[in-house]
Write a protein that binds this ligand. Structure first.
Ligand SMILES: Cc1cc2nc3c(=O)[nH]c(=O)nc-3n(CC(O)[C@H](O)[C@H](O)COP(=O)(O)OP(=O)(O)OC[C@H]3O[C@@H](n4cnc5c(N)ncnc54)[C@H](O)[C@@H]3O)c2cc1C
Length: 461
């Protein structure tokens, strides 16, 4: 699926009866939303505006490293939850299609290609326009929305959906720390590497270092030193809404989770079956908590939750274990303090191992920040979001993890009013939904939002 040439006049040619939806951000969320809307029986057209990546790829699926695997099986990665086989059928049409089945863990680059192709059926329909540009401003105006792009073009639409994705941390001011998604050349093969963080991005980095022939030591640090757990076959427990301890204190919630895990183990399964069973209810549980409970959950349980919930494929886990067994990879509970320039011009990583007061200074060839993507949306805001916040058209939630949105994804302004025209989807909306970062959750949200917008249009006649 290609972008329109930059000189194409905008917006869509005027045509009686057509209304446009602007999708800002063409990563996984934006493309899933667009595909779901285009499948609806409406007169709505879609303009997808993507600034940096190939359509559908965003941060997660722009990788070219074949060792970076999806951490979700094929059958959970279809773009359309009601058509579980959609992704598998696409895979099976590839020259090596026979290699795949519904339980496979596929490369993330392959998944990016799937999402890039997702909108192709509508390319010639006259209902879809894909533009390569950054949207720098958006306003609700005159019964519609108006967006300005970085090349000066202005788009008008009936609605806009912000699918701007993860807030990427600003670069370390020392210039001595690489980001997890920087495309720097690999470090010298024998150089020691420090990875800050021990989660999924750390796993990616270790596998990429290995692929590049790295032989030097790798030290990965985090406060608790917890590693993502490994996937295993299982059957999710049946959990109904009536089973949920809605509004219970975090301690009781964790107690309930442990009891479910014991129940799963008692039935011959594993704790994974309990987690997978409550997965469809995570947003409901989150929405049942008040701000204080959410804050406690983030402080005391989120790290534990994430390592159990976001697991890695067995093949990746085996390679990580082999690197640890060989003594090349060491996991340490420690805090990263800063990076310093050494007298010889090299880099020093300053860390404090847990339980120790004094700082250790480690000479390293590379420091890679894999602390993840949870970030204050205001502190790291791009111009588009900063503008919405400054104007009062959007606000950050009290815990500063995302934009405040309603259950339908409508932006909530500074005055507490929900917008009639501006929506937010995917990780941008995590303050309201919490688990809205993985495809199985985003595709449901995208489908519901598309149906909702189509319904408003139909009702408006
Ligand atoms: C490394 C990694 C691995 C993952 N692995 C898995 C997995 O295996 N399975 C799974 O289910 N989930 C996985 N996830 C989660 C996941 O799929 C992502 O959360 C999802 O891709 C979010 O997509 P997004 O489009 O909302 O955000 P992003 O990927 O951040 O994309 C947002 C897009 O919007 C564009 N954009 C932003 N602002 C503007 C603007 N102002 N104008 C124009 N364009 C703009 C950006 O250029 C970007 O392309 C992974 C996530 C990461 C980071």
């Amino acid at each position: 699926m290609s972008f329109e040439p930059a000189d194409r006049s905008l917006p869509f040619p005027r045509q009686e009866g057509w209304r446009d939806v602007l999708v800002i951000g063409g990563g996984a969320s934006g493309v899933l939303f667009a595909a779901n809307l285009l499948r609806q029986d409406t007169d709505l057209r879609v303009t997808v505006v993507e600034g940096r990546h190939l359509l559908g790829c965003g941060i997660a699926y722009s990788t070219t490293d074949p060792d970076h695997l999806l951490n979700t099986r094929v059958h959970n990665m279809s773009a359309f939850p009601e058509d579980e086989g959609h992704f598998l059928r696409w895979l099976q049409d590839l020259p090596n299609g026979a290699d795949y089945d519904r339980g496979s863990f596929v490369g993330r680059a392959t998944y990016g290609s799937y999402l890039s192709c997702l909108l192709s059926p509508w390319q010639a329909s006259g209902r879809l326009l894909c533009l390569k540009a950054d949207c720098v401003e958006i306003h609700e105006r005159d019964g519609g929305v108006k967006a300005r792009l970085d090349d000066g073009r202005v788009l008008k639409g009936a609605y806009a959906v912000l699918a701007t994705g993860h807030v990427v941390p600003k670069a370390d001011p020392s210039g001595l720390v690489s980001g997890a998604w920087d495309t720097a050349a690999p470090p010298a093969p024998g150089a020691p590497v420090l990875i800050i963080g021990t989660g999924l991005s750390m796993v990616d980095q270790v596998l990429s270092l290995e692929r590049s022939g790295h032989s030097g030591p790798i030290l990965a640090i985090s406060r608790r030193g917890l590693l993502p757990r490994t996937h295993a076959a299982g059957t999710p427990l049946k959990v109904t809404r009536e089973d949920l301890p809605l509004g219970a204190p975090v301690s009781r919630l964790l107690h309930w989770l442990r009891a479910l895990a014991r129940q799963a183990e008692g039935a011959g399964g594993t704790w994974r079956d309990a987690l997978d069973g409550i997965r469809p209810w995570v947003s409901t549980l989150w929405q049942g908590m008040d701000t204080d409970q959410r804050s406690r959950f983030l402080r005391h349980a989120a790290t534990w939750w994430e390592v159990h919930r976001h697991r890695i494929p067995p093949a990746s886990a085996a390679r990580l274990e082999a690197a640890m067994a060989a003594g090349q990879l060491l996991i340490l509970k420690a805090a990263f303090r800063r990076a310093e320039r050494a007298a010889d011009g090299g880099t020093l990583a300053v860390i404090t191992p847990r339980g120790q007061r004094a700082e250790d200074r480690l000479p390293v060839g590379r420091i890679i920040d894999c602390r993840g993507i949870r970030n204050d949306p205001e502190k790291n805001a791009q111009p588009l979001i900063a503008g919405l916040l400054a104007e009062g058209a959007a606000r950050v939630d009290p815990l500063r993890i995302g934009l405040d949105v309603t259950g339908e994804g409508r932006l909530i302004g500074r005055d507490g009013r929900a917008s009639g025209r501006l929506f937010a989807l995917g990780p941008v909306s995590r303050a309201t939904f919490w688990e809205i970062t993985a495809i199985p959750d985003i595709r449901v949200q995208a489908g519901q939002m598309a149906a909702h917008i189509a319904e408003i249009e139909t009702a408006a006649g």
